[in-house]
Write a protein that binds this ligand. Structure first.
Ligand code: NAD
Length: 314
């Protein structure tokens, strides 16, 4: 299949592109490189279009000749959306509308949309299944929810098959340090620099950390399996306490750094574990759950990558 991968130069997108290539598909990357890296796609044999999903003409031109779309381009993260809610909404909502409209005009009939567990908000029951109420705690959660609903509406209106894969906390290769980013690269950067690992609150909050290899497989399966549609959680069903995570990362460093506590952050939920029954049944993905080993693999990649060394010191 010819697959347009928006956000294909990003952390997850570049892993999706690699997985599609392994399966014999022909991906094209569409990315504005605002948080993605040319490095991530340079070593892959793919066509790259530099463009912004907010530019309807550029998206329309990129859609010609495609059979399907994996839509990952987004302004990512709670903190970034709180700092700049206008950008968050324009990329995540209007960008998604442009992608769907271009698909409709070009007759492209399948989309895999990258959604987020952030749409659920603070869980009222766990594990969180796809029928859980959606009460996002940040503009980011709200705009990802809106993107998901836009995709599902075109399914009813225009017969475009939409699968919304809702990621929990993704980590793995190509996830670089980002001040707005996720806890694992931040901990790894600090551990590698011998600086304290700072935990928001008491550290008893938990997350469901899913490896990017499983996320990439979920995207490819969602694309290939004709009968699959609607929302599907992509996580592991296992919870890890942030305090335990800090301990695991600290043990990977040459000299284990101290662990310190900082005030809780707005927009963060306390617990969030995925119900992954739909993912296993519909996509056939059995996620890896060996956290210490997966973290050790990631730490080796992270330290080799070295780009975190340019980060501002907090
Ligand atoms: N990382 C996670 O744990 C996680 C969890 C849930 C959902 N997601 C979703 O997965 C997707 C990928 O996230 P990621 O973690 O790889 O982040 P990322 O920042 O590495 O990837 C986003 C990509 O989109 C590109 N992009 C941003 N704005 C764009 C625009 N206007 N036009 C074109 N390209 C643009 C960026 O340059 C980048 O390459 C996003 O849709 C995100 O909401 C990620």
């Amino acid at each position: 299949m010819n697959v347009l991968v928006t956000g294909g130069a990003g952390f997850i997108g570049s892993n999706v592109v690699a997985e599609l290539l392994r399966r014999g598909h022909r991906p094209t990357v569409f990315d504005d490189f605002s948080s993605g890296f040319a490095d991530h796609v340079r070593r892959l044999d793919v066509r790259v279009i530099e463009g912004d999903v907010r530019d309807a003409d550029a998206v329309r031109a990129a859609m010609a000749g495609q059979d399907a779309v994996c839509h990952l381009a987004a302004s990512v993260g709670n903190a970034r959306s709180i700092a700049d809610p206008v950008r968050d909404a324009s990329v995540n909502v209007l960008g998604t509308v442009n992608v769907l409209q271009a698909m409709r005009e070009a007759g492209v009939r399948r989309i895999v949309y990258s959604s987020s567990a952030g749409i659920y908000g603070e869980p009222i029951r766990e594990p969180v299944d796809e029928g859980h109420p959606c009460e996002p705690l940040s503009p980011y959660g709200a705009t990802k929810w809106c993107g998901e609903k836009l995709c599902l509406s075109v399914m009813h209106l225009h017969g475009i098959r939409a699968v919304c894969v809702l990621y929990f906390n993704v980590f793995g290769e190509n996830q670089r340090y980002d001040a707005y980013g996720n806890v694992i690269p931040i901990f790894c950067a600090r551990a590698a620099a011998g600086e304290p690992l700072s935990i928001y609150g008491d550290g008893r909050q938990t997350r469901d950390f899913v490896h990017v290899g499983d996320v990439a497989r979920a995207n490819a399966e969602a694309l290939e399996r004709d009968g699959v549609r609607g929302p599907i959680n992509v996580g592991t069903g296992h919870r890890t306490e942030i305090l335990a995570l800090a301990g695991m990362v600290a043990r990977l460093a040459d000299r284990p750094p101290p662990i310190v506590h900082a005030p809780e952050r707005p927009g963060d939920v306390r617990h969030c574990t995925a119900d992954v029954r739909r993912m296993k049944a519909l996509l056939g993905v059995s996620p890896r759950t060996d956290m210490p080993e997966l973290l050790a693999e990631y730490y080796r990649w992270f330290v080799r990558d070295r780009t975190y060394e340019d980060r501002p010191r907090e």
